[in-house]
Design a binder for this molecule. Structure first.
Ligand SMILES: CC(C)(COP(=O)(O)OP(=O)(O)OC[C@H]1O[C@@H](n2cnc3c(N)ncnc32)[C@H](O)[C@@H]1OP(=O)(O)O)[C@@H](O)C(=O)NCCC(=O)NCCS
Length: 385
């Protein structure tokens, strides 16, 4: 295979460069490509070049535009194998029941083509293969049924990982424009992290406003500031909120920030509750967890509008958005256990008190208990029948 290997380093360098070009073809490396390769790889040493030329170590991941071979760090693998000479047998042992796959993965490893991996080792190769397979079947299932909860869980785990499970976001390296040229298309990360998130995980804004029997739920505008300021200055109103009471200038400044609609995917949706032309509160949804398949809901109604069921009506509309537009499978509400009105609201909505945490929450000068209420999509759907 490496019949031109000579004893000296120059010949090894030439062999490695030639072999790299045979495998990858001739494609230009831009300045950004060079910078990427320098950041994530190191120039091959003469010893490494000799081992690469002899087929004991992987080909470089990149050749810089000046021809410098840049190699991935495989020192941990070499250490674990007990030396370069044992690397092949050590590598194969990761596929004990499938020697054919083991040899073909070794060939891919040696070819330097696994530049998609943030860490080049057989564990990452196995994880990547398993997670891409898991993601592919989840994507197929979700294209057939976007509400398939098993596929949602499998895809979230494949992309974002879970407890002691590494997802593709961590497994896959950023890669470069050069990679798109040599591989003739999108990188693994483009496909299995960015495109999957864009299609299935990034919340997209609903059509607004939402109208209910008595309410309009819409984005904040600067005109809402005076009504909000009146409520937010009231210590009774703010008592169970995370923030302290705020004055008019503070509320007006915050309103400016809130009035700007998010561009593209967003992590939360904040809507003003409008009743008879007045802003009377707000309702908020924060997306949570891997794949944003859960969300937390929050609510306020100004003291002047309380006691009429307006918060209940707004929260129901937000739950409908959460389950039906965003397709989340679980919505939670966290509240100070002393906030009786908020707890009553959660219960009116059919949410279940799942957690009572004792003295876990520091709020406004005291340790207080907190409750977590939850509602599953299946429960929401049952409520609608
Ligand atoms: C929590 C909060 C939103 C609850 O407000 P609320 O006015 O109790 O809730 P609603 O608007 O749904 O109104 C419910 C009340 O209206 C009554 N009501 C009248 N018509 C109704 C209708 N059509 N539907 C439902 N309830 C109706 C209910 O019986 C209930 O009255 P009650 O409390 O005397 O039993 C409000 O207290 C608040 O904003 N607090 C300050 C901010 C805060 O703490 N937010 C929560 C942080 S976790």
């Amino acid at each position: 295979m490496f019949d031109r290997v000579g004893d000296d380093a120059l010949s090894a360098l030439q062999t490695v460069q030639d072999r790299f070009r045979e495998v990858n073809g001739e494609h230009p490396m831009s300045e950004a490509d060079d910078a990427y390769a320098r950041e994530h790889f190191t120039p091959a040493t003469p010893e490494q070049l000799a081992d690469i030329a002899a087929g004991r170590l992987p080909l470089p991941g990149y050749l810089l535009s000046d021809g410098t071979p840049m190699v991935a760090d495989v020192s941990e693998s070499i250490e674990s194998a007990g030396g370069v000479e044992h690397l092949h047998d050590w590598f194969l042992a990761f596929w004990p029941d499938d020697p054919e796959t083991a040899e073909s993965e070794w060939a891919a490893f040696l070819s330097g083509q696994y530049v998609c991996l943030a860490k080049l080792n057989p564990i990452s190769i196995r994880r990547k293969n398993r997670m891409v397979e898991q993601a592919q079947s989840a994507v197929d299932a979700l294209r057939a049924d976007p509400r398939d909860e098993i596929a949602q869980g499998a895809l979230a785990e494949a992309v974002d990982g879970g407890l002691a499970v590494t997802g593709l976001d961590e497994i896959l390296a950023p890669m470069t424009g050069y990679d798109r040229l040599r591989f003739g298309g999108p990188t693994s990360r483009d496909l299995w992290v960015d495109a999957v998130r864009a299609e299935f995980h990034d919340p997209q804004p609903p059509a607004l406003p939402i109208r209910t029997e008595r309410l309009t739920l819409r984005r904040t505008t600067l005109d809402d500031a005076p009504a909000m300021a009146r409520a937010w200055a009231d210590p009774d109103f703010a008592r169970f909120l995370l923030q302290p009471p705020q004055n008019t200038a503070e509320v007006t400044f915050a309103t400016l920030g809130r009035s700007k609609p998010p561009e593209g995917p967003h992590r939360f949706l904040a809507l003003v509750i409008e009743h008879e032309g007045e802003a009377v509160g707000d309702v908020i949804l924060f997306f949570q967890g891997a794949g944003h398949t859960s969300a937390e809901i929050g609510w306020t109604v100004h003291p002047t509008a309380a006691g009429k069921g307006l918060a209940t009506e707004a929260a129901r509309a937000m739950l409908a958005l959460a389950f039906e537009h965003y397709g989340v499978r679980r919505v939670v509400a966290n509240l100070d256990a002393a906030n009786d009105r908020s707890a009553a609201l959660a219960e009116r909505l059919g949410m279940r008190r799942e957690v009572h945490r004792l003295a876990d929450f520091w709020s406004k000068g005291r340790w207080t208990d907190s409750y977590e209420y939850a509602l599953l999509r299946s429960e929401w759907e049952a409520q609608q029948r």
